[in-house]
Design a protein around this ligand. Structure first.
Ligand SMILES: NC(=O)c1ccc[n+]([C@@H]2O[C@H](COP(=O)([O-])OP(=O)(O)OC[C@H]3O[C@@H](n4cnc5c(N)ncnc54)[C@H](O)[C@@H]3O)[C@@H](O)[C@H]2O)c1
Length: 258
């Protein structure tokens, strides 16, 4: 049987670790060419080499010029790009009284503005190499609010709606480019470390994180990568402008039903 991503050329941001790296590894196993990018140059280079990716590139997703350079380099290495995964992101813990404007702007720049900058810069590559896919890693925090995730809520909700606008533009222009968002709940990657450390031990930290998740466990990176693999594949050609939740049931909860 042919591999599900044969012929795909994927550009994955935030690929040095966590979900970006898990997607890169799964995409490779399914026959894609992969470029990983990240602000952590050493780590992204090492991991790209370890998994046999086409390239590992230093790239700050908030910098328009860096997008241009990274896309050019990746397209040269892979002979085009037809899968763009907006994965790079940071968290922030702050409410409307405690969050600084500086942090708010930083989270919005990395988690949201980057999706606009990068998609705009990548459109010529995606159009030239269609059928193509844009995958946005949002969060359940883009669908449900928490008093202490103000900036993250804004950015992750913003990219989900941005994805729908991009999807409609592509569909109505006949581009054969689909665009969808993925919404994971807490998933086992380094981004959770600060929240786990707040509770003093790994066990207590995880217990606190899963308290409101009906399945009572964290997500695993490969569970998110599996959804991204589907969305990057030709199996998902008619799927666009949609939100895919990988959340152990948390967004299905009604009042008091957790
Ligand atoms: N792990 C979770 O629980 C979870 C849940 C929902 C959504 N997400 C989202 O998934 C995505 C991946 O997160 P993760 O869990 O793998 O976290 P992670 O911290 O392990 O990885 C994030 C990566 O993004 C990179 N990065 C940060 N700022 C960057 C910048 N300006 N330019 C380029 N790269 C940058 C980091 O160096 C890091 O390698 C993020 O968008 C995150 O918000 C994660």
């Amino acid at each position: 049987m042919s591999k599900r991503l044969a012929g795909k050329k994927a550009f994955i941001t935030g690929g040095a670790q966590g979900l970006g790296l898990a997607m890169g590894e799964m995409f490779m196993r399914e026959g894609a060419d992969v470029t990983l990018t990240d602000i952590q140059l050493d780590k992204v280079s090492q991991e790209a080499e370890r998994i046999g990716a086409a390239a590992g590139i230093e790239h700050d997703v908030t910098d328009p010029f860096a997008w241009k350079q990274a896309l050019e380099a990746a397209a040269e290495e892979m002979d085009g790009i037809n899968v763009l995964v907006h994965n790079a992101g940071i968290g922030s813990f702050g409410n409307v009284e405690t969050e600084s404007y500086e942090m708010y702007r930083k989270v919005c720049a990395i988690d949201m503005d980057s999706v606009f900058l990068g998609t705009q810069a990548a459109m010529p590559y995606l159009k030239d190499n269609a059928p193509a896919s844009i995958i946005i890693i949002s969060s359940v925090a883009g669908l449900m609010a928490d008093g202490n995730f103000l900036s993250y809520n804004v950015a992750k909700a913003g990219v989900a709606m941005m994805g729908k606008s991009i999807a409609l533009h592509c569909a109505r222009n006949g581009y054969q480019i689909n665009c969808n968002s993925i919404h994971p709940v807490f998933t086992r990657t380094p981004i959770l470390d600060p929240m786990i450390q707040l509770k003093g031990s790994q066990e207590e930290g995880e217990k606190a994180l899963v308290r409101n998740i009906p399945m009572k466990r964290l997500g695993e990176p490969d569970e998110v990568a599996a959804m991204a693999t589907y969305l990057a594949s030709d199996e998902a050609r008619f799927v666009t402008g949609s939100e895919f939740r990988i959340d152990g049931g948390i967004t299905a909860c009604g009042l008091g039903s957790k």
